[in-house]
Design a protein around this ligand. Structure first.
Ligand SMILES: [Zn+2]
Length: 389
């Protein structure tokens, strides 16, 4: 499994000018290849091959391997559309890029060397702030310009295989939500970071300011930059938070079950609005690669009915988004709804690996002792932060 390391770059003025010029060339090349492919298709009924595009991409002034990856990207995107259309799925043709949309240059193997500075062909040595050590073998480098104007080097790394540690700690299920970031099957909760909410409020007000500025005016550009900066802050804070939480979870537990990312429609139903897929995938990915090193097992389970089902007697207890408490009429279990879901998720995970949790097996109906067996958990006050992480 690959992981990425992202470091801020501090190019000199002339380097930055040259790098921006290369982004422009990358955009032009991409558009040129796309135009060629479309023309070729309308004339001959065939799309050009990867090899054709690769040949056509030569001599555009970009680093040779970067050029090649652009040719591959165009070719792949065309064939993806082609395949989908063949299956009868409607989808748009790959888009022509404006300069705003091409933000990165990819170096698939060669052309860069990392020492105290980052040496990249043809820009030379660029100052870099390496706040972490890269562990493993570097596969690719991407030079990326964020909308805030900051440059980053993103290294894709194949981690070294380490002996997994053995770990006999507690097993948990994790219910991810919007109001509370995660509720654990043992009743613990992980709230959303408060400062994120503050940034998001600021983002909303900056966006409003931006919407009132005249198109093409200087003030609009300034407002645009403000939005980009706060957006970047949010995305950094969010990724920091996800790193912290995932590290802590894999170190504290030996087994973590969580839901597979359901279809969009399902997540809408469950969370009231769409979850941010990128954030979810990022978190799932972090858990996966960190778990391996920590000797923890991560399992993804079917999300169907984890909220409705009673974790004690397995009866379906209907609830809508506003019902915060699971109150089971058949066995009498009263428990926070997310806690109930987290227990269901854990049980499904355990079943997947052929284990069951004895204390949450279905109970016989109705006796007082049974009711006591279903642990009642005091409800905590919700941390009133709601965000699409
Ligand atoms: Zn029940």
């Amino acid at each position: 499994m690959q992981r990425t390391f992202k470091f801020r770059l501090y190019p000199s003025r002339s380097q930055e000018k040259q790098m921006k010029e290369h982004l422009r060339m990358a955009k032009d090349l991409q558009n040129k290849l796309l135009t060629y492919s479309i023309e070729n298709y309308s004339k001959t009924g065939k799309f050009p091959s990867k090899f054709d595009l690769q040949r056509l991409a030569k001599g555009e002034g970009l680093y040779s391997q970067t050029q090649q990856t652009i040719a591959h990207k165009v070719s792949d995107s065309i064939f993806r559309v082609f395949k989908l259309r063949k299956k009868g799925i409607k989808c748009g043709f790959p888009r022509f890029k404006s300069i705003d949309r091409v933000k990165s240059l990819l170096y698939p193997q060669f052309g860069f060397k990392l020492g105290n500075k980052l040496k990249v062909t043809p820009f030379g040595e660029i100052s870099i702030k390496q706040h972490r050590n890269i562990e493993g073998k570097v596969k690719t480098l991407t030079l990326k310009r964020e909308p805030s104007g900051k440059w980053f080097a993103i290294f894709c790394v194949e981690p070294e295989r380490k002996e997994p540690k053995t770990n006999h700690r507690e097993k948990i299920g994790l219910d991810l939500g919007l109001k509370t970031f995660a509720t654990l099957s043992n009743g613990d909760r992980i709230g959303n970071p408060r400062h994120l909410k503050r940034y998001e409020n600021r983002l909303a007000s900056y966006q409003q300011i931006l919407s009132k500025k005249k198109k093409g005016s200087n003030n609009r550009n300034k407002a645009k930059l403000n939005v980009a900066r706060i957006y970047e802050k949010i995305s950094n804070a969010r990724s920091d938070f996800l790193h912290k939480v995932s590290t802590q979870l894999v170190n504290d537990y030996s087994f973590i079950a969580l839901e597979k990312l359901a279809s969009r429609e399902m997540s809408k139903k469950r969370f009231g609005k769409q979850i941010n897929d990128a954030g979810w995938n990022m978190f799932a990915n972090m858990l996966r690669y960190k778990a391996e090193e920590a000797g923890c097992k991560v399992i993804f389970v079917d999300p169907k009915n984890t909220t409705q089902m009673c974790s004690c007697c397995h009866q379906m207890v209907e609830k809508d988004l506003l019902d915060r408490i699971h109150d089971c009429p058949s066995c009498g279990l009263v428990i926070d709804r997310d806690h109930n879901a987290a227990i269901n998720i854990l049980n499904r995970g355990l079943r997947q690996i052929g284990q069951e949790l004895p204390e949450f097996k279905p109970l016989r109906e109705g006796t007082d002792t049974d009711k006591k067996l279903c642990q009642q958990v005091p409800l905590m006050k919700e941390e009133a932060t709601c965000l699409s992480w």
